[in-house]
Design a protein around this ligand. Structure first.
Ligand code: AKG
Ligand code: FE2
Length: 307
């Protein structure tokens, strides 16, 4: 059986594009090493995320934007519910979006960021990390474009000023009274184009393979777990798979520990029309109709209780 690829981004892209693409076709996931995001920046970001989540609940809740759909700032424990799930996820998170200049044509789609004044260096560090995630994402998208037989810069204009969101996640130690069936992150597919995830070396992340088995995803420390989201799946007429994944509750000692992770949900621009690529169509296929990335996002956010 094919293996989940573990790829160094320092290799020439033409040498890794098929390995990456095949892993996305089989598993929807790949491990990506040597991605260029500096380890000291990652360490600093993790420390700041920990410092924020350690603040008193009331201080954190002041950064919850009512009616904002969780797009920016803080979303408290017990808010997000996965599509078709019956209980809430056991997590709290903070969202950082793109900082657009004032009066930008896409401002209506992207709320301004907010920053916690209690944590010095938070804004500067996470703006830097956002930029680094974008650079790594650009390289990965180039490799995907090559695999699909497109020009290597095909994705550049599709994601320019896109609505990408970085999520700082905290799964607190498990309480004794966890609601029946509740897990850290219930089974879901990501909505966006691709997701670049840091922090998944702390156990719990699992993907659902084609055989219907849950398989752990365990990147080495500092590496990215990268997965295909629903938007790229739709663009590729399901050639690249948006795979269901979840974060399970650990047993033993780990149950008394927090888990922290940082996914970067790379999105198309809101006005990009997702229309299945000719390269991915076979005779007789009935591809999904075209839809703008913004409309697609709204549909999905309504389903998970965030819009
Ligand atoms: O925390 C993780 O390892 C994965 C989180 C995730 O899948 C998500 O937030 O969409
Ligand atoms: Fe996810």
């Amino acid at each position: 059986m094919a293996e989940l690829a573990s790829i160094s981004l320092e290799q020439p892209l033409e040498e890794i594009s098929d390995e990456l693409g095949n892993s996305f076709a089989e598993f929807g996931f790949a491990i990506v090493r040597d991605h260029g995001i500096p380890q000291d920046l990652i360490d600093r970001a993790e420390d700041l995320a920990k410092a924020f989540f350690a603040l008193p609940e009331n201080t954190k809740k002041a950064y919850h934007i009512a009616g904002g759909g969780g797009a920016r700032g803080y979303t408290p424990f017990g808010t997000e519910i996965a599509k078709d799930a019956e209980v809430h996820d056991l997590k709290e998170f903070w969202h950082v979006g793109r900082s657009l200049p004032e009066g930008h044509a896409l401002s209506d789609f992207m709320a301004p960021n907010i920053w916690p004044s209690e944590i010095p260096g938070f804004q500067q560090t996470f703006e830097q990390l956002y930029t680094e995630f974008e650079k790594a994402g650009d390289t990965i998208l180039r490799a995907i474009a090559m695999h699909l037989g497109l020009a290597d810069d095909y994705f550049v204009p599709t994601v320019e000023d896109g609505n990408s969101v970085m999520r700082l996640l905290h799964y607190p130690p498990l309480a004794n009274d966890v609601p029946k069936g509740a897990i850290r992150a219930a089974a879901h597919g990501d909505i966006n184009t691709i997701t670049l995830l840091l922090g998944a070396e702390e156990a719990g992340l699992e993907l659902l393979n084609k055989q219907g088995e849950w398989v752990p995803v365990s990147p080495p420390k500092g590496a990215l777990a990268v997965n295909v989201g629903d938007m790229l799946e739709r663009l590729t007429n399901c050639r690249l798979r948006s795979t269901t994944h979840r974060v399970v509750n650990p047993g033993g000692e780990a149950a008394r520990r927090s888990r922290y992770s940082m996914p970067f949900f790379l999105h198309f621009r809101p006005d990009f029309v997702i229309e299945p690529l000719e390269q991915c169509l076979a005779p007789g296929d009935k591809p999904a109709p075209p839809i703008t990335s913004h409309e697609f996002l709204l549909q999905r956010l309504r389903e998970i209780g965030l819009a």
